[in-house]
Design a protein around this ligand. Structure first.
Ligand code: PLP
Length: 349
């Protein structure tokens, strides 16, 4: 059954053709299990080529597992992880980072747009140096942030410089990593290992796959025993080819970047169409595939009456997310309804 397309989440989208076709191509005959197959080798090699790096690559089912296990790999239980107050690891992973690390504490820096700054990292990392406080060990940043802000390469370099100075590892939650690359127009290498990122969780699901995230260790030494960690956490796919083959389709075809460029363009399209409307404000600059807007409650209510679904869990504003399959005509329909609802509200006032 199909419904009119909604933009409440980029996870409402289906699977893009490139990922689907690779999955279908992998569905022929028998092949070794648990990642010992040619598809998994080819996917890992595609990442090494994309990042121009001899990185170690692992495939997990979802982002919560990828983030949590990556952080756990960098920490002992008495360590702590510095993150922003908006970070998915803090707000949306049900304590999984603490659980999988056996208790490593998240140290939260208040942040409106989800970005961490070198100053915030330094303040938290040096706030205590005594044995009674969990020892800071990792900084995690989300690229782009949960509200769609993209760290520039210089911003990441500045963060990694503080990390190096203070003996911290730098982890990147890249659930929408492709969207950040699309925005910056840079290579994946420039915004990760070349800027000092140690570990990246590269999101496949929000990039157009059915399921799956890649955990990429640019420092291979940090990946020691990570395969055991994945297995213990229930994240080692027995029929691994179906988790890895979609990546082959995404990376070798360039769909990973095209999909993200499309999502970003649709977000800009909506933002451009509603700019300057009385009472309607963009909450954040539109840099990735998200539009957050504030509007008087009657406007939001009007949109709901017209059948639009959206979440308001961040700052009370409405969130719209655009995936690889966003239909520009539906984006325009949403924009027209926002305009109409804003005008209705103005007349009623
Ligand atoms: C979606 C998302 C994840 C992963 O979520 P899962 O539902 O566990 O796949 C991680 N980080 C951010 C910022 C996300 O938006």
């Amino acid at each position: 059954m199909t419904h009119d397309q909604q933009f409440a989440s980029d996870n409402y989208a289906g699977v893009c053709p490139e990922a689907w076709e690779a999955m279908a191509a992998a569905n022929s005959g028998s092949t070794p299990a648990y990642g010992e197959d040619a598809w998994t080798q080819r996917a890992a090699d595609a990442f090494r080529k994309l990042f121009d790096s001899d990185c170690e690559v692992f495939f997990a089912f979802n982002g919560t597992a990828a983030n949590s296990l990556a952080l756990a790999a960098l920490c002992q239980s008495y360590h702590s992880v510095i993150c922003s107050s908006q970070a998915h690891v803090e707000t949306d992973e049900c304590g999984a980072p603490e659980f999988f690390s056996n208790g490593s504490k998240l140290l939260v820096a208040q942040s409106a747009d989800g970005k961490l700054t070198p100053e915030a990292v330094r303040a938290l990392a040096t706030s205590r140096g005594d044995i009674h406080f969990p020892k800071p060990r990792v900084v995690t940043i989300t690229q782009p942030t949960e509200t769609g802000q993209v760290y520039s390469i210089d911003e990441i370099r500045a963060l990694s410089a503080v990390c190096r100075e203070l003996g911290l590892k730098l982890h990147m939650d890249g659930a929408r990593f492709a969207h950040a690359c699309a925005h910056l127009g840079c290579t994946p290498a420039e915004v990760t290992w070349q800027a000092g990122v140690d570990v990246l969780c590269f999101g496949g699901t929000k990039n157009g796959m059915a399921v799956g995230e890649a955990v990429i260790f640019f420092d291979r030494a940090l990946a020691e025993d990570f395969d055991y960690r994945c297995k213990q956490a229930g994240q080692l796919a027995s029929k691994m080819r179906f988790l890895s083959a979609p990546w082959v389709g995404m990376l070798e075809s360039g769909a990973w970047l095209r999909n993200a460029e499309h999502g970003n363009a649709c977000a800009r399209r909506l933002a451009g169409a509603i700019e300057g409307l009385p009472g309607v404000e963009l909450m954040f600059p539109v840099e990735a595939n998200a539009v957050f807007l504030t509007a008087p409650e009657p406007v939001l209510e009007g949109l709901r009456r017209r059948g639009w679904r959206f979440y308001t869990f961040i700052g009370g504003g409405a969130r719209f997310m655009f995936a690889w399959d966003a239909d520009p005509a539906r984006v325009d329909a949403l924009a027209a309804d926002i305009v109409a609802c804003a005008e209705d509200a103005l007349l009623a006032a």
